[in-house]
Design a protein around this ligand. Structure first.
Ligand code: SF4
Length: 391
């Protein structure tokens, strides 16, 4: 790692509400890995567990709880509806504390793989949903409710067995596409962040191990967190990690609790050398005064610091911001400065989604022009960066 995440001079991005740091400082290298470091526990310091009985009884559930001695466990009937956690907008003031201190354990009932065709060929059933980070634009809480801590699914054997069956049923990929020239690509982290999940359980490790033995397929996940423990998982080229990047000023405002963008970029070579394929998500692209200048500077930074071997294999997705009216209203309650850039009615149009939510995206012509400009910037500042798709 060029900049180890537990260096004290690399502060975590701003915490909300100024709540007290309760984890004592710990010298780097002590304990069993990064997941036992003080920095990891600032991200995830579980103080309460809600769990379905079947999840508690499972080997993965037992393994997770063994790492949380003394943490109280409340049994719940279903992981999807925990009244004190989900859909409770009154939790706004405790939002990130809940993300840090609460863990839900459940059993994933639906094991289905969906076709995608943009970021991946397929969306695998994830081994978690929810996230300990708190990006202001995150779409995950739109579905789950606003206090949105990590739910880990403990039936990981069933999830990996399903994925193996699905991969084998496809046979070899018949022709190249933008997802990958050879392998079927499966997104394994649609509704969370696999790097953070790996702080508390081995679900991410188990999925990476499963794909290691699947020569016609590749796992893929986006992340905004640098977890050096992933470097030991030996993916043997069968897992693509996509580090999400955006101009650091946007990230400091919008990507709360994530690893700094420079740290994500600095980690790329180590992940490549550890056997990952390393791509970048340029996302979300937020249009605001100065966005072109700042994206150009970010592309210059990528060009300056990434070694040739990373550039040679890197691909990128470009994802323009989408937002949501209900999330906008919630955000106004805890982070109104974010909404000054996210909520731009003059430039955005609304679209009602299938579940009735009012989603917001840049108007067609504005988006088209912005994407064209971003492609020009990439051609000028980071011409080696192959754009897999722009959306
Ligand atoms: S890291 Fe991803 S899943 Fe987590 S809050 Fe940010 S956008 Fe949502």
């Amino acid at each position: 790692m060029h900049q180890p995440p537990d260096r004290p001079e690399q502060p975590e991005q701003q915490a909300l509400f100024g709540w007290e740091e309760t984890v004592p400082a710990e010298p780097p290298g002590r304990g069993g890995g990064f997941r036992d470091s003080a920095r990891a526990r600032r991200m995830l310091d579980v103080r309460e567990v809600y769990a379905e009985p079947a999840a508690l009884a499972s080997p993965r559930g037992q393994q997770i709880l063994a790492r949380l001695p003394g943490v109280p466990v409340t049994e719940i009937a279903g992981h999807w509806r925990v009244p004190s956690l989900h859909g409770n907008e009154g939790n706004i003031a405790r939002w990130t504390r809940i993300k840090t201190e609460t863990l839900v354990l459940g059993v994933r009932q639906s094991l289905t793989t969906r076709p995608n065709g943009r970021s991946a060929d397929w969306i695998a059933p994830g081994a978690s949903n929810g996230c300990a980070m708190a990006c202001a634009y995150c779409y995950v809480p739109r579905r789950k409710g606003y206090a949105n801590p990590i739910t880990l699914f403990t039936n990981i054997e069933a999830i990996t067995a399903h994925v193996r069956r699905h991969v084998r049923a496809q046979g070899p990929k018949p022709e190249p596409n933008q997802c990958d020239p050879h392998a079927w690509v499966y997104d394994i982290g649609e509704n969370g962040d696999c790097s953070v999940d790996a702080l508390i359980c081995d679900n991410t490790a188990d999925l990476i191990a499963a794909f290691r033995a699947l020569p016609t397929a590749k796992a893929s996940f986006a992340t905004k967190f640098v977890n050096p423990d992933l470097l030991a998982l030996d993916p043997q080229g069968r897992t693509r990690v996509r580090f999400s990047v955006m101009p650091p000023d946007d990230s400091r405002l919008l990507d709360l609790r994530t690893s700094p963008v420079a740290e994500r970029i600095a980690a790329a070579a180590d992940f490549l050398d550890a056997g990952y394929e390393v791509h970048f998500n340029l996302s979300p692209v937020v249009l605001r005064p100065g966005w072109q200048r700042d994206w150009a500077a970010l592309l210059d930074h990528l060009d300056d610091v990434l070694p040739a071997r990373v550039k040679a294999q890197a691909g990128a997705e470009i994802i323009m911001l989408t937002h949501n009216q209900q999330l906008h209203e919630v955000n106004l309650g805890w982070h109104p400065r974010a909404e000054e850039v996210l909520w731009q009615p003059a430039a955005q149009e609304t679209k009602r989604s299938e579940n009735g939510a009012l989603n917001v995206r840049y108007a067609r012509e504005i988006k088209r022009d912005a994407l064209a400009r971003l492609r020009e910037l990439i051609a000028g500042h980071a011409p080696w960066l192959r754009i897999r798709y722009a959306f």
